[in-house]
Design a protein around this ligand. Structure first.
Ligand code: PMP
Length: 286
């Protein structure tokens, strides 16, 4: 496997982390995961824009232009002869003596490498189970920070319960999943939490809303309660790796006769079509 480390593509075995890297010591950094379809990164520009935004929000100044980084990532995909899978990218603040405060002159450390393809087709066809958990994270969930401790804790809880995802509830309101955005459908109207500091504004979420706009399909960006979740006609989650994933059971309670509902199916299909046409048009342009 080839890894992009700062501005160099090197072998996995040569890629080393300094023990005083702040990403390693404090989780002081930000990251992204991009999906690759037939060698083409989907919504790469959007992911890179979010990476730059996250970096800026925590005070990491990147000197490289986003376009330059995109080009390096395309080289990395080529160097690994990638077809399907993902790209993991991370930026840490840099290497320094261990103190909580930092020196503005540190050099950010960048790393990117391929993630293996994992099919989610069966899960997308049949739907998955979720559990609910209290949202005890900090109040800057809009930053895609390396600090994922609470997300990990509740994902593990879901996994141990045989579920796919934990749906997080803050003050009775459904915010998002441990690694996804959550949507409900009620009487034909889609609803999801507005993009603010309480959720990560998912690229998949944004893409789906764009599709909704294009088609004139109705949706509401308003907070909703756990009761609304449990009384919804359909529930699904979105994320880069799961795309549009139906949820058929929450806390052991089954929805929609235990199968993905018609709206979820419609959105799934529309999303896949968008992926197909956008990855195709990128190829044609290249
Ligand atoms: N919320 C959280 C907390 C996440 O970790 C993710 C996955 N990155 C998402 C939402 C979905 O974001 P995206 O669609 O950009 O993958």
């Amino acid at each position: 496997m080839k890894v992009l480390m700062n501005d160099e593509i090197i072998n996995r075995s040569e890629a080393k982390v300094d023990i005083e890297d702040r990403g390693y010591q404090f989780g002081d950094g930000v990251y992204e995961v991009v999906n690759i379809y037939e060698g083409i990164p989907f919504t790469l520009k959007e992911h890179i824009a979010r990476l730059y935004r996250s970096s800026m929000e925590i005070g990491i100044q990147l000197t490289e232009q986003p376009e330059q980084l995109c080009n390096r990532l395309l080289e990395l995909i080529k160097a690994n002869s990638m077809t399907n899978g993902g790209l993991y990218l991370q930026i840490s603040r840099g290497v320094s003596n261990r103190t909580h405060h930092y020196d503005q002159t540190l050099t950010p450390q960048f790393v990117a490498y391929p993630l293996p393809y994992k099919s989610v087709l069966d899960a997308q066809t049949n739907g998955v189970e979720a559990i609910t958990a209290e949202d005890l994270r900090w109040l800057r969930c809009d930053i895609k920070s390396l600090n994922l401790l609470y997300n990990i804790m509740v994902k593990q809880k879901a996994s141990e319960a045989g579920a796919f995802e934990s749906i997080l509830i803050r003050d009775g309101i459904v915010t998002e999943g441990s690694s996804s955005n959550i949507f409900i459908v009620k009487d034909g109207i889609l609803q999801t939490h507005p993009a603010n500091n309480l959720i990560l504004n998912g690229i998949t979420r944004t893409k789906l809303l764009e599709i909704m706009n294009k088609n004139g399909w109705k949706y509401k960006l308003e907070p909703f309660y756990k009761e609304d979740l449990m009384e919804a006609d359909e529930v699904f989650l979105t994320s880069t790796t799961s795309e549009v994933m139906p949820i058929i059971k929450i806390d052991g309670i089954t929805f929609s006769q235990a199968k993905p509902g018609p709206f979820t199916r419609k959105f799934q299909t529309a999303f896949r079509e968008a992926v197909k046409s956008e990855t195709k048009s990128t190829t044609e342009k290249a």
